[in-house]
Design a protein around this ligand. Sequence first.
Ligand code: PSU
Ligand code: MN
Length: 301
Amino acid sequence: MQQYFEYSQEVKQALQERKPVLALESTLITHGLPFPKNIETAMAVEKIARENNVTPATIAIMQGKIRIGLSSDELETLVQDQHAAKASVRDIPYLLSQKLNAGTTVASTLFCADFAGIKVFATGGIGGVHRGDDQDISADLIMLSKTPIAVVCAGAKAILDLPKTLEFLETYSIPVVGYRTDTLPAFYSSETEYQLPARVDDLTSLVNLLKIHWQLGMPSGVLIANPIPSSDEIPADIIEPAISNALKQAEKKRIRGKAITPFLLSEVAHVTQGKSLLANITLIKNNVRLGAMIAQKISAL
Ligand code: PSU
Ligand code: MN
């Protein structure tokens, strides 16, 4: 399997020396954010990790290899590739065999990070159970149920069915921990009416929980719900109409499968005149900051 992986020098060295490494996904770059915000954000979050003495490992598929850690030139190449695919786990064999480029989703980033031995991963919001079509369940949830990695996110995207997503997380025994919150954050908004099963208020308690989860040999990941900073959150009464409008558009245009999430995100950005974009970027940075602090503390264990 090793033959399909290529590590950046920086990540390879950090892993060998057991220094803290933070996994980052790349669908955010290829399908989540528009140019040039995507490349700016990708660079900015790597910088945040480094400022916290953590090596960022942005994961992507490039020319038929699973890349763990990208140089800024490689990030640029990925961003410029109009044909870059959105790689979920099942797409990996095809993409490798065709030597294509792709951004990795939360699901496939989990798969790759696990093989590389990385324990902490920061993203924006995870996929979940879709509204209306509860047969549409993101592979993010399935991979979370069987990959023992700590995932920092700002809750599930508000475009999803949040109660059903929480039910799924419960059924598949995935711990969900609110970081300084009692309720599930909804990506653009810091709180919802949905209570979480656990809450911690400091880093030490959080890392302690993770340590015990891993010591018990639990097969799942741990989802850490880190609310968007209130300065950039969008109140539910503003974001909700934008979302239901985007859902109607998707229905009308018969957008299906993996195209749905990117379509909804860009529709919402359009209707909110970029406000949702700013929120998205703020929450990613906020998650990377927390992810880096966790990675730092874990490597000291
Ligand atoms: N969060 C964002 N923007 C995104 C995504 C998450 O802020 O683009 C991506 C992630 O890569 C996530 C994917 O894994 O959307 C989920 O897609 P789907 O619903 O098709 O599983
Ligand atoms: Mn789907």
